[in-house]
Design a protein. Structure first.
Length: 350
């Protein structure tokens, strides 16, 4: 039976049961309708504007052992690095002068940077006038508060999956409960808070995926990043299959229909699978953010979450121009706003 009526129900009510979500996910016949509806919803709320946010991969040092990630601590083949404060601030200044409104600092989960040094970096970047997004993993409430006081505006912490068995299997010595606690702490501190999913892990079913999507709705996040599982060498899942890109696009579209005014990135991983159309397809199925890496080649190659990670071998300024041109070609343009999601602005009364 066609899932068309369930898609219409979701678009109308912004609410849906897990059972009906499963039916949408399992039905490929209505995909184009779903994508078109999500794209129209994005345009209704975000207009034809896309936030361009500069990503700096500040360190690949990680203390975690996640089965799917090339940065995992047991990977002894990976050369580790940590950028200096001077390098990080230099990249941020280049981004600001090129037109970016937001800088994103991403790293493995570790204490490679002391809290004092991180706060110094944040204060210096804040002087450029840009918004700051952090993606540094699980930290204490005190640390999150310190970063916020030093100038951080947003925080990305993907849950990956809420299924207890899968989470435990693929995240040794980690706690799903603590992950959720961190997300709650971030929201309580006034961060624009983002989470997200990793689609296509071994054992990942439509039923699990439906519940994961409803988790995003329940916690009413301001940003949601959904990416495909891509097997990486030197990990326990190196011989598994790449995720179905269409399923990732469906998750994006469903998220847009459930959370109409949030920010949804067109993840780099999608473009790594389909270099010609990955990001474009994400934008046309509900995404409204692009976060290109502006990290130089020597570091970018070492930030190997998965093989073949997409990067334009261009200057910071030319990377901005490239995406600006790509957006123009599909009838979009770079947003000149500060990059906040409409949902966050509404929540905070901005």
């Amino acid at each position: 039976m066609s899932s068309l009526k369930y898609i219409d129900e979701l678009a109308k009510n912004r609410e849906i049961s897990a059972y009906k979500l499963e039916k949408i996910l399992a039905d490929d016949e209505c995909d184009e309708y779903l994508f078109a509806l999500a794209n129209a919803t994005r345009k209704q709320y975000a207009k034809s504007e896309v936030h361009l946010k500069a990503l700096i991969e500040i360190s690949n040092i990680c203390q975690k052992e996640c089965f799917y990630c090339g940065l995992r601590k047991p990977n002894k083949e990976l050369k580790r690095y940590k950028m200096s404060a001077y390098e990080i601030i230099g990249y941020a200044k280049q981004a600001a002068s090129s037109g970016y409104k937001t800088i994103v600092l991403q790293s493995g989960e570790s204490q490679a940077f002391s809290d004092e040094l991180m706060c110094e970096i944040l204060r210096e970047i804040k002087n450029t006038g840009m918004q700051i997004t952090l993606s540094l993993g699980e930290k204490s409430y005190k640390q999150y508060r310190m970063y916020k006081d030093a100038g951080a505006d947003r925080y990305l912490l993907r849950i990956e999956t809420t299924n207890k068995a899968l989470y435990k299997k693929f995240h040794p010595n980690m706690s799903l409960k603590n992950r959720i606690k961190c997300l709650v702490n971030l929201k309580n501190l006034g961060y624009e808070t983002g989470s997200g999913l990793l689609i296509g892990l071994p054992g990942y079913t439509y039923k699990i995926m439906a519940k994961d999507l409803l988790f995003l709705k329940k916690y009413d996040f301001d940003m949601v990043g959904i990416g495909p599982f891509i097997p990486s060498k030197n990990t326990p899942l190196s011989n598994e299959k790449v995720a179905n890109i269409k399923l990732v696009l469906k998750a994006n579209a469903i998220t847009r229909l459930m959370l109409v005014d949030i920010n949804i990135p067109a993840t780099t991983a999608l473009e790594s699978i389909d270099r010609q159309n990955g990001r474009k397809m994400a934008l046309l199925s509900g995404a409204n953010v692009i976060m290109p890496s502006i990290t130089s080649g020597k570091y970018h190659e070492l930030y190997s979450l998965y093989p073949g990670k997409f990067r334009l071998d261009m200057s910071v300024e030319n990377t901005y121009k490239n995406f600006n041109n790509m957006l123009f070609d599909i009838g979009e343009k770079v947003s000149l706003s500060n990059g906040n999601s409409l949902r966050y602005n509404e929540r905070m009364g901005l």
